[in-house]
Design a protein around this ligand. Structure first.
Ligand SMILES: [Zn+2]
Length: 399
């Protein structure tokens, strides 16, 4: 269980920390599914105690215990099986390739997962790629089709300082790191005097989570929830100049492009003012979140009870973080029979904590559920279309 509480902001070191909600007994890993129901029900759990930094707006889990985590090959978080996500990744790749004229260049990706995005950047721009990830699975990539990419099953750091990079990409990693400030300082140190290196980071948008009540996005694996301000602050304090930062993927993500700082440049006053406005907005959402959280959980608990009382079948669509959190926060073992996911590597495996089996959409032709609960509304059209094709007439709702 979680050890001592962290009372300082891991981004700006402020002690002005507000306490928010506590969530108990959530699976340590939402993205690790299990080979049998028994082991899935037995998956290790931890507690979340949300803290909010009044100085930079960073939201973090004060109870996070990194000793409970280790990312291995079982860590399955590829989103590249969804056409909607792929479209987003394709357009991001085009934008980066064009903006930074990445042709015949070197690209490093920190936390490259299964390497889908890095391979895209390399094959389309004729670039060389070096992908770092502890959870990389060599047999998932056909070596001859991704020749320009070298995968290194390790953490990126000082010992790889001789790997030149024109672009360093790091997507959906920083929110997993307890001390992001130290992590960025390490990267700045490794870049050293190669000040032309561009750094692209992407993380979930805390403002979106708070504003749109993305309550299923609070997961143990994410110890930090960034907003544009706290993400920018983290980079500035680590010795970078932020070139551009903003929202993407329908506001669900934030991204940041930075270059190593060469001299002591003053922080843009305009940026500071807009950051203050955003912080005020964020503080209001944090205050409202606690009550809203409880109301939303109660609403779904009631709805699931009703489905069960009426003897109807329900499935959730989405076996990623949101789906696993939904199941575990509601502690639902009976009301939801199955988890549907497009990723074939998840099929036949079981959800941590609650034990539902993950199935592919085709299996719905046999199951004919009366309710399909979608975990991420951004996929609603895609999923509704698939249900129609499968001839499944279910009541569709989004969490
Ligand atoms: Zn802070």
């Amino acid at each position: 269980m979680a050890g001592s509480h962290e009372e300082k902001c891991p981004v700006c070191d402020s002690s002005d920390i507000d306490a928010s909600i506590d969530i108990h007994n959530v699976p340590i890993y939402c993205n690790v599914l299990w080979p049998s129901r028994e082991v899935a029900l037995d998956a290790s759990k931890g507690n979340i105690a949300i803290g909010y930094c009044r100085d930079c707006g960073h939201v973090f889990n004060k109870s996070f215990d990194p000793s409970l985590m280790s990312y291995t090959e079982d860590y399955e978080n590829s989103l590249h099986y969804s056409p909607t996500f792929n479209e987003y990744a394709e357009s991001l790749a085009s934008r980066l390739l064009e903006k930074y004229q990445l042709n015949n260049k070197s690209i490093i990706e920190i936390g490259c997962g299964k390497g889908d995005f890095l391979s895209m950047l390399c094959s389309r721009g004729d670039n060389r790629g070096y992908g770092f990830d502890k959870s990389f699975e060599a047999d998932r990539v056909e070596s001859d089709t991704h020749k320009p990419v070298t995968f290194i099953q390790d953490f990126y750091g000082e010992k790889y300082a001789d790997y030149d990079a024109d672009l360093i990409v790091c997507r959906h990693v920083l929110e997993h790191i307890q001390y992001p400030q130290l992590f960025l300082q390490d990267i700045r140190r490794v870049i050293g005097a190669r000040t032309d290196t561009v750094v692209y980071f992407e993380v979930p948008n805390a403002l979106y989570t708070l504003k749109d009540m993305g309550i299923w996005d609070l997961i143990y694996e994410h110890c930090g929830y960034f907003n544009v301000n706290s993400l920018s602050r983290a980079f500035e304090l680590a010795g970078f100049d932020v070139c551009e930062a903003g929202e993407s993927f329908g506001g669900q993500f934030i991204y940041l492009e930075a270059k190593p700082r060469t001299s002591e440049s003053a922080v843009d006053k305009n940026t500071e003012t807009s950051c203050k406005q955003e912080l005020g907005e964020l503080a209001e959402y944090v205050t409202a979140f606690e009550g809203n959280y409880k109301a939303k959980v109660d609403k779904w608990r009631e709805k699931l009870d009703q489905i069960q009382a009426n003897n109807k079948r329900a499935v959730i669509w989405g076996g990623g973080s949101k789906g696993i959190t939904f199941l575990n926060v509601l502690k639902t073992k009976q009301a939801i029979a199955h988890v549907v996911d497009l990723n074939p590597h998840k099929h036949g495996l079981f959800a941590p904590g609650t034990g539902q089996e993950v199935i592919g959409p085709d299996a719905l032709k046999e199951l004919h559920p009366e309710h399909v609960i979608i975990m991420n509304a951004i996929y609603k059209d895609e999923i509704t279309g698939m249900l129609e094709e499968l001839g499944v007439a279910a009541e569709v709702s989004c969490v």
